[in-house]
Design a protein around this ligand. Structure first.
Ligand SMILES: [Zn+2]
Length: 226
């Protein structure tokens, strides 16, 4: 399989032959973390390679976009737990706030990072806590305490005292990746290591965990900077 190496990660190029297309096209699937090259049947491999060679600058641009962390200003679209919110300027507010009905994130003229972070932390609580408890229950386990941390290096952790910490920045990631992190930490209630048995438990809850792990490795560090 052909791959594109970027940031020490190999991103595969998946070739798809289709009777419905007349031209060669390339797209990046952020979900699958792969480039999909669609082409008419019986296209010569040399032709495909030539097409790919020409796409170099476009490929680079797409990969940069993938890990782009938005800065919040009016007009920015921020994805929060799989839902898009548009940032709007709101002079009537003193603290950033989320409006579910209009899918907007209201930004006052002046606000502190701390206020913004507490808002995201609250969303993390609402979205991830029930999910984590559900996974813990599925495993027949009990968790003593769950906290949401402001870590720049870890997405989650689990202690021997059965306390779990989750990073509130998980709200920015696709929900399925958040689910994987919950499954990972909950599985540590059974195995305090990364043994084969541990990964079996993770797989039981989250069958596509390998894909989500890879997603985190490629994109995670960018979101940690938020
Ligand atoms: Zn772990």
């Amino acid at each position: 399989m052909q791959e594109i190496t970027w940031n020490n990660h190999n991103i595969p190029i998946v070739y798809k032959s289709s009777l419905r297309v007349k031209r060669i096209s390339l797209r990046l699937s952020p979900k699958e973390l792969a480039f999909i090259l669609t082409h008419p049947p019986r296209t010569h491999h040399r032709q495909l390679q030539h097409f790919l060679d020409q796409c170099g600058p476009w490929i680079k641009q797409q990969l940069e976009k993938l890990t782009d962390v938005p800065s919040l200003h009016p007009g920015t679209i921020l994805s929060l737990y799989g839902e898009d919110f548009e940032c709007i300027h709101d002079p009537l507010r003193r603290k950033p706030a989320l409006c579910q009905e209009t899918k907007t994130l209201h930004l006052p003229p002046k606000f502190s990072q701390k206020d913004l972070h507490s808002l995201f932390k609250k969303i993390a609580h609402e979205k991830l806590l029930p999910l984590l408890y559900k996974v813990v229950e599925t495993l027949g386990q009990k968790v003593e305490k769950v906290s949401f941390r402001d870590s720049k290096t870890r997405w989650g952790s689990c202690s021997g005292r059965k306390t779990i910490s989750l990073n509130w920045r998980l709200v920015f990631l696709p929900p399925e990746v958040g689910h994987y992190v919950c499954a990972h930490e909950a599985a540590h209630l059974l195995h305090m290591n990364h043994s084969k048995a541990f990964w079996k438990v993770v797989e039981g809850i989250c069958p596509a965990y390998k894909k989500h792990r890879k997603w985190l490795k490629v994109n995670g560090s960018a979101w940690m900077r938020f």
